[in-house]
Design a protein around this ligand. Sequence first.
Ligand code: PEP
Ligand code: MN
Length: 264
Amino acid sequence: IVAREWHKENTIVDIKGVPLGGNTVQVIAGPCSVETQQQMDDSAKYVKEAGCRLMRGGAFKPRTSPYSFQGKGVEGLEMFRKAADAKGLPIVTELMDVRMLDTFMEWDVDVIQIGTRNMQNFDLLKEVGRVKKPVILKRGMSATISEWLMAAEYIAAAGNHNIIFCERGIRTFETYYRNVLDVTAIPVLKKETHLPVIVDPSHAGGKAWMVPALSRAAVAAGADGLLIEMHPTPCEAWCDADQALTPGELKTLMAELGGIAKIL
Ligand code: PEP
Ligand code: MN
């Protein structure tokens, strides 16, 4: 179902009237995690001011250590919804557990994000396949392209064709940066599938200063969108502080990207 072979034209995924795919680039921005109502209200304001039409934020966080902040949970969804609604921004947030899917539907989460660690959680994929909400499927950190395509096929086979691929960097021998952004995956995915392909430069580089260059590279290579971490005060972020852009840096990046592609 996801193969270009069966569907020649690019599929545009509609997110509450915001098109993802086609001839324009969408930038999804927001903090790594939902922290407080104030932080989310400020973030929504800056995301909107920068010209982005979609907002990200994690309420359920897949942390390496069980002792690290795990996210605000349902309370976080509520804060996120309130902040984003005030600015008319559809929300993107990660689902880690099938048991939370009904809650995500109740809070009308606009885009369900499946994180790198769950790319092959097949039962989770089948469940998000049963709803019609757009799904961002992040690439597993050690997944091949064909494994990634087959993971998407699980969602599609269950009935949900609103899938967006997200390259977020892969594991290699290199330790200078968090992951290696696989730019090559962008033209390959665009060839193999009709579905939109976006890039997360934040979790790829892991440092804020790398984000603009990786973003420009992704857009130049044909990405349909970007998923970027931005925090009102990065040094105070509860999670992924090193890689969050400031509101000013996001604004500057949006202007730079406008010189490469049509940012809608
Ligand atoms: C995220 O985007 O919040 C995240 C945890 O990313 P990844 O699954 O790519 O590590
Ligand atoms: Mn993060």
